[in-house]
Design a binder for this molecule. Structure first.
Ligand code: NAP
Length: 268
């Protein structure tokens, strides 16, 4: 299947690399375009470097990997050159199908990968418009398998889904950054060692839960024996952290609504 990537930034580059490395798309079937053509020349060894229009003419599936403000520009540019059965996949969660469909009425999906795609462990969120068939879904899932798992959600849940999958590495990193900074105040263990210990514990705890089918509560109960030292700490978290967590989601969801509104305005 001829596969095009429009936008050779962080996401476009990552997808191109994974599609190529995995061999799921042959080099001659991979097309890539970027606004600043000079930047994408480096991809010539692994794909056909071309324009958006050339990619639209050639490809069965097109990944639109540009920022929300540029999506309308790209769709306007390619709308008359798409193949009859073209499948357009937007990497952006904020721009709705109903707005993109005002410009191009074709098979569409939205895919939100997460940074863990770098190690093949993305939980990519996917939603589809009503024109997409089960076979199209299977084709897209096969491509997304090169970066991890695909999780289908309804379009209206892509926002919260993104907080849980795509934003979560940032939330996790910031929470543990705060914990490490606090730990540093109470110890002479070198900073680097603190971070390494916490990082490995964090990763191993996740792996333990996955392998042994444990919940967060299971882990807490296993480690925090009644009246013990761990429980002193977990009590503090359960008493003090819910307010911060509520605020975190209130803020991110408000920002998401504002971003969606700005994106919507571009399509008016
Ligand atoms: N980064 C993430 O972790 C992440 C995760 C999930 C979803 N997303 C979504 O993925 C999309 C891309 O994000 P990104 O982080 O990859 O952005 P990025 O690094 O800024 O890359 C965007 C690329 O699009 C190119 N571009 C802009 N207008 C274009 C046009 N008309 N035709 C062709 N190429 C064009 C830009 O070219 P220039 O070289 O000219 O600037 C740039 O290379 C966004 O909608 C974002 O919300 C990102």
């Amino acid at each position: 299947m001829k596969t095009g990537i429009l936008g050779y930034g962080s996401m476009g580059k990552m997808l191109l690399q994974k599609f190529y490395e995995s061999g799921v798309v042959a080099k001659e079937d991979l097309y890539v375009a970027n606004r600043t053509a000079a930047k994408v020349q480096e991809a010539a060894a692994i794909a056909n470097v071309c324009t958006n229009v050339e990619a639209a003419k050639a490809c069965d599936i097109l990944f639109v990997c540009v920022r929300p403000a540029d999506i309308k520009i790209v769709l306007d540019e390619i709308k008359d050159d798409l193949k009859n059965d073209a499948f357009v996949v937007s990497l952006n969660g904020s721009v709705k199908f109903e707005h993109m469909e005002r410009i191009v009425k074709c098979k569409m999906a939205k895919v939100i990968p997460s940074v863990t795609a770098e190690i093949g462990r993305s939980q990519s969120l996917v939603c589809y418009n009503e024109l997409v068939t089960e076979q199209d879904k299977a084709e897209l899932t096969k491509l997304l398998a090169t970066i991890g798992d695909a999780i289908e959600l309804p379009e209206n849940e892509m926002g919260m889904g993104s907080e849980l999958a795509s934003c979560m590495p940032g939330f996790i990193a910031s929470i543990f950054d705060v914990i490490c900074r606090s730990a540093k105040k109470h110890t002479t263990i070198p900073d680097e060692q603190i971070v390494k210990i916490v990082m490995n514990t964090m990763s191993a705890t996740g792996e333990l839960m996955l392998q042994k089918n444990m919940t967060f509560e299971d882990v807490v109960n296993r480690v925090a024996t009644p009246g013990g030292i761990t429980m002193e700490g977990t009590k503090v978290v359960y008493e003090g952290f819910p307010e911060t967590a509520d605020l975190l989601f209130e803020k991110t969801m408000a920002k998401r609504r504002a971003t969606a509104k700005n994106a919507e305005d571009l399509f008016k």
